[in-house]
Each structure stands twice: as structure tokens, then as C-alpha cells.
Design a protein around this ligand. Structure first.
Ligand SMILES: Cc1cc2nc3c(=O)[nH]c(=O)nc-3n(C[C@H](O)[C@H](O)[C@H](O)COP(=O)(O)OP(=O)(O)OC[C@H]3O[C@@H](n4cnc5c(N)ncnc54)[C@H](O)[C@@H]3O)c2cc1C
Length: 431
């Protein structure tokens, strides 16, 4: 079978359709975007009795949330020592706590809403591409145990076969708390949960403009969409890497970075068990990293930043071969296995590689998860809903500086991305 250029996960679910009814005249909260962030927020807001309209430019979950690796990961993208040096001990303790709480948050939502998405606390494994990376694991694990009372397990090279059927790594680091799921089934379940809670769900409704206004002394925003306009008291921007010039202040703070995934044919049970004996979510220690896992039906799903540009037909096609070569370097056992699917998506990176919540032009936002969005997006979506509901704001990412692009570099200029790619490759070479 020729490789199909489509998202394998979407073959496993039917996304719910949007409302046929016309838009309401006004609502308490408009949510822009229907990934995990927007839907998690909409679910909480609607459950607490607010009127909510979710606007999605495409189909529900169309962005990164249905295309990702389905890894529900503890920790943040940046290593703890770097975070401590930048923000200090106490803020980083709260950030790390949030990252652990985010896994529980996903588990709780899955349980409460009975989302059939193969959520499993299978743990994650980071594998060291260099001896120096492995040497750094001991220090990280000790720091994390001391500061956050969270236990990671170091796996020496001689014991690595119990974790992964590959001999190319120098050792590993296991976190048993992380989990895995089928992201398309998860985001579809979240959409249905938000709908059940009473949120108005409008797909193929692109938000084109948000203007400040005053409607009968109540609503503050006039939100214009391709399906009509509504008044809203509050707006939550949950548009992630796909944030557009409809909200230019936020757009310029996000770097959209392409990431690509291949999925093999269904593998025999024994081969699958050999590749990943404990069914972990696996990623390597490089900046330009590979991440991989088995799917619930035993395909090898193998992803990486094969190209830095956001996905196009061309970058998706090129990525299939680049990723296949990468996969065979890790797993020579897969040399004769067919690759059946390839797809791409866009990651939401801020210039400081941190998640951010806050307000811009009066509108709330939550984004910048840098590859950790399945858990953190779900968590921050629900937390920002709490803030909109008037709860105290204890989000540790809310008051940290949210940098603008360096002078001369506008995130809209994708010419800069290959330079960023070359920079990360250089870092992998020297460190
Ligand atoms: C290939 C890939 C693999 C990844 N793997 C992992 C992983 O294994 N684990 C992990 O934790 N994270 C992973 N991530 C990151 C994770 O998927 C994202 O951080 C997360 O899904 C972001 O969710 P979100 O709801 O904020 O945004 P999204 O899911 O991107 O949703 C934003 C939505 O907003 C819509 N939108 C944008 N503008 C408008 C507008 N003007 N009007 C209406 N709608 C609009 C878009 O159409 C889109 O559907 C991966 C990402 C990619 C691309």
C-alpha cells in the first residue's frame, strides 16, 4: 500500500459535527479554537453555568490536538536546572507541581466524561543519545527528587533492553507518572463533553476579528466570524500554533514549528513487545529530537521535527522518508515494515520555550506548550476557566515575562525557521 498522507489517529474516530442553529446574539464567553485548551476551558465554563460559544475555523480538534503523539508528559520542555536559573526555586516548584497535576487533570477528565481514548499510565522513557546526556540524568533525577519529591528512575545501558529494543542509546530515564492516549479520540471526547455541558459548538466558523465594544452596558467584545457575529463578555484565545492575524498581538509572540509523524503497518505482537516492552512514551535527548511509541493497535508511531516549516504537502512528503530513516536507525528490526501513514502538524513555541497564560487586549489566552500540550493544555484550559469564573489566579505561568520576538525576527516570517533548525542541529552536534 502506498503511504497515505493523512493523520492515522483520525481513522480511529468520527469527530462530532457542529451546531446547525444560528449563532446566539450574545454569550458570556467566546472560545477561539477547539483543541484541548479551548475545549477543556469550555467544558468547565459551561458546567459552571456560563453561556459559551466555541468557534473553530475547521473541524473540532483540527489543530495540533488531534495530530500529536498522544504523550501525556510530566515536566516542561526546558530542563529543571535551566528553569531554576531563570525563575528561581519557588516559582519552578509551582511550575513542576502544575506539570504533575496536569497528568491527574487529564486522567480525571477522561474518567468523568468516560472518554474511550486508551488513556494509560504507561510512563515515559527519555533515552540518552550521548554519554554526557546520560551523565546529566543522575543530576536531574537527584534535583527533581530533592526539590519536587518526584521520583525518576535511571536505567543503565546494560539494563536498557528491558525498556526499549534498541542498542543505540547510552541509557535512559523513566518517569512512571506520564501517560499515553489516542489524541483524536481524546479531543473528540472533550468536544462531546463541552457540548453535553451546554457549550455552543460552531465548526467551520473562523474568527476574523475581535473588536472592543459595549453592548447594553454588558458585553465588551464584538466577535466577527465567517458564520456571523456575537457579543461576548470575555474572550479566550485557545488557537495555539494556529493563532492568526485575527489576533495580531498574540500571533507575533508564537513561533509555529512543524513536527511530523509516520505510522507503520500493524506489527506482530512479539515484534511490538520487543520494540517497547513496557509500552512507554519514548523520546530522545537531542534538541532536534525523535519521539515514538506504539499505537493501541501495535503500529510504531515515530515523530520528529523532520522539517522546521509548518506542514505543507511538500514538507509532509519529504518527512516520510527522513523519519523512516531515523526510525530504522533506532530500530533496524523495522527495515521491512511498511510505513502506512505520514502527517504533520504545528507546534506552539514561545520565544522563551515556556507555556503562557494571561491577557492581551483584554482577551485571555493560554498557549506555548512546546510539545507538552496534551496535558498542559487540558490543565491550563481548566485553570484559565477558573480565572474567568472569578477564582484566584494561582497559575504559575501567568506572571512570568512573555517575550516578544527578537528585533528583526517576526514569527510570521517563516524564512527564519530553517535558521532555527540549523541552530538546533548545531547544538546537538556540540552538546
Ligand atoms: C506532530 C505533533 C506532535 C505532538 N506531540 C505531542 C505529544 O506527544 N504530547 C504533547 O503533550 N504535545 C504534543 N504536541 C503538542 C500538542 O499537540 C499541542 O501543544 C496542543 O495540542 C495544543 O493544543 P491547543 O488546544 O492549544 O491548540 P490546537 O490543538 O492547535 O488548536 C487550536 C485550534 O484553533 C483553531 N483556530 C486558530 N485560529 C482560529 C480562528 N481565528 N478562528 C477559529 N479557530 C481558530 C485551529 O483551527 C485549531 O484547531 C504535538 C504537536 C504536533 C504538531
Amino acid at each position: 500500500m502506498a503511504i497515505q498522507e493523512k493523520n492515522y489517529w483520525l481513522e480511529t474516530v468520527t469527530m462530532p459535527a457542529g451546531e446547525a442553529r444560528p449563532l446566539p446574539e450574545n454569550v458570556d464567553v467566546v472560545v477561539v479554537g477547539s483543541g484541548v485548551t479551548g475545549l477543556s476551558a469550555a467544558r468547565v465554563l459551561a458546567k459552571r453555568g456560563l453561556s459559551v460559544a466555541v468557534f473553530e475555523a475547521e473541524t473540532f480538534g483540527w489543530g495540533a490536538s488531534s495530530r500529536n503523539g498522544g504523550m501525556v508528559l510530566t515536566g516542561l520542555k526546558l530542563p529543571v536546572p535551566q528553569l531554576m536559573a531563570r525563575y528561581g526555586r519557588e516559582p519552578v516548584q509551582r511550575m513542576y507541581e502544575a506539570s504533575l497535576a496536569s497528568i491527574d487533570c487529564v486522567e480525571q477528565v477522561v474518567r468523568e466524561e468516560q472518554i474511550d481514548c486508551y488513556f494509560s499510565r504507561c510512563g515515559h522513557l527519555e533515552v540518552a543519545c550521548k554519554q554526557a546526556h546520560f551523565d546529566g540524568y543522575a543530576e536531574s533525577a537527584a534535583l527533581i527528587a530533592r526539590e519536587f519529591h518526584h521520583k525518576l528512575r535511571i536505567v543503565a545501558k546494560s539494563e536498557l533492553r528491558a525498556e526499549i529494543g534498541s542498542d543505540i542509546y547510552h541509557g535512559g530515564l523513566v518517569d512512571e507518572m506520564s501517560a499515553g492516549l489516542n489524541p483524536a479520540r481524546y479531543v473528540a471526547g472533550l468536544a462531546m463533553a463541552a457540548k453535553r455541558a451546554g457549550a455552543g459548538m460552531f465548526d467551520h466558523a473562523r474568527v476574523e476579528q475581535v473588536a472592543r465594544g459595549d453592548h447594553n452596558g454588558g458585553a465588551k467584545f464584538r466577535v466577527r466570524t465567517t458564520k456571523g457575529s456575537v457579543w461576548a463578555r470575555e474572550v479566550l484565545l485557545a488557537s495555539g500554533a494556529y493563532t492568526s492575524n485575527a489576533t495580531p498581538a498574540l500571533r507575533k509572540k508564537i513561533i509555529p514549528i512543524g513536527s511530523y509523524i509516520i505510522a507503520t503497518e500493524v506489527l506482530g505482537r512479539e515484534l511490538a513487545r520487543e520494540l517497547s516492552p513496557k509500552n512507554r512514551m519514548i523520546y530522545d535527548s537531542k534538541h532536534f529530537l525523535y519521539y515514538y511509541r506504539l499505537t493501541p493497535d501495535n503500529r510504531m508511531l515515530f515523530g520528529g521535527r523532520a522539517a522546521f516549516f509548518p506542514e505543507t504537502e511538500r514538507t509532509v512528503r519529504q518527512s516520510a522518508e527522513i523519519l523512516r530513516r531515523g526510525m530504522i536507525r533506532v530500530y533496524p528490526q523495522l527495515r521491512d515494515s511498511k510505513v502506512e501513514f505520514v502527517w504533520g502538524g504545528t507546534l506552539d513555541f514561545a520565544f522563551d520555550v515556556m507555556p503562557h497564560t494571561g491577557r492581551t487586549d483584554g482577551m485571555y489566552y493560554a498557549l506555548g506548550y512546546a510539545g507538552h500540550g496534551v496535558a498542559m493544555g487540558t490543565y491550563l484550559g481548566s485553570k484559565i476557566a477558573g480565572v474567568i469564573l472569578g477564582e484566584p489566579n494561582a497559575i504559575p505561568f501567568d506572571r512570568i515575562p512573555f517575550p516578544s520576538p527578537p528585533i528583526g525576527l517576526r514569527s510570521g516570517h517563516t524564512w527564519a525557521l530553517p535558521l532555527a533548525g540549523a541552530y538546533y542541529k548545531l547544538l546537538d552536534w556540540v552538546s
